[in-house]
Design a protein around this ligand. Structure first.
Ligand code: ADP
Length: 264
């Protein structure tokens, strides 16, 4: 049985006493070394979930546990060591004047030894295929390269959980696919729990499990293949089933063998 790294227990949240509830009685778990995609239309509460996971926000009702620790005022500094986050706009995440400085920044804040830092910078840039850009200024990189560096910077602090919040949504389809396969490799190499947050069902096909959010509630959680069976219901909550899933279904119905199974 795998350890629970994230546990939401009956979590409800609103941005103020006079505001509507944006999360309503949400319960789910994410296990160690698991890739979970959280999907839902815009405004369904996904980013709020990400912010609750690293203590940027606290729920008014229910409890959140990260790696067994209750998220509260006193635990957040410990919890933030376990949770690495990469956001939508890579330009907002750079602080260094070179790629290498940028990866070093988080480690400096956490008091890593200098020799350790140099080794880790190299390892983490290698993991995302950016070792040739160590001395490049971040603003000279393409969108996809910037996101790779942002992922390397987060990896450098050895998180147990890596959260990508719409981290591919500013990239073209090729760039998106590259980032997703990079994080899938990184997840395997570093034995991380990977949480990818997206509004695009194309991006969930390779995850192990999908949590579907709708209007602040957990609408369903299952494998991508089982989620895609609910085509009509998904459309009703604003999610379009990707072409690859429709095609896979069609081929299966006609008993045509598929060599590289595109869905988990
Ligand atoms: P998603 O990531 O699925 O698009 P969010 O978690 O960003 O959804 O937002 C959920 C709801 O909370 C939306 O209705 C949004 O307008 C509202 N919301 C998000 N951030 C704030 C905020 N800082 N203040 C007030 N309402 C907010």
């Amino acid at each position: 049985m795998r350890n629970k790294l994230v546990e939401f227990k009956h979590v409800s949240f609103r941005y103020g006493d006079d505001q509507p509830w944006v999360l309503k009685d949400c319960s789910f778990c994410i296990y160690e070394n698991e890739w979970v995609a959280i999907i839902g239309h815009n405004g369904s509460g996904k980013s709020t979930i990400a912010k609750l996971m690293n203590g940027l926000l606290f729920p008014q009702e229910g409890e959140i546990y990260i790696n067994g620790q209750l998220v509260n005022d006193t635990s957040i500094w410990n919890i933030r060591k376990d949770v690495g986050m990469v956001f939508q706009n890579p330009d907002n995440q750079f602080v260094g004047t070179t790629v290498q400085d940028d990866v070093a920044f988080g480690m400096e804040n956490r008091g890593f030894a200098r020799e350790d830092m140099l080794k880790r910078i190299e390892q983490c840039l290698h993991a995302v295929g950016m070792e040739a850009y160590r001395l490049t200024e971040p603003h000279r990189l393409s969108g996809g390269q910037k996101q790779r560096v942002a992922i390397a910077s987060v990896l450098a602090i050895s998180p147990k959980i890596l959260i990508l919040d719409e981290a591919t949504s500013m990239l073209d389809p090729k760039g998106r696919q590259e980032i997703l396969s990079t994080v899938a490799d990184v997840q395997q190499q570093h034995a991380l729990s990977l949480i990818t947050i997206t509004h695009d069902l194309n991006e969930v096909t390779q995850s192990e499990r999908v949590i579907v959010m709708n209007e602040g509630e957990v609408w369903n959680e299952a494998t991508p293949r089982d989620i895609f069976k609910e085509k009509t219901a998904l459309r009703k909550i604003g999610l379009d089933v990707p072409f690859v899933a429709l095609l896979t279904d069609e081929l299966r119905e006609q008993h045509i063998q598929i060599d590289n199974e595109p869905l988990n």
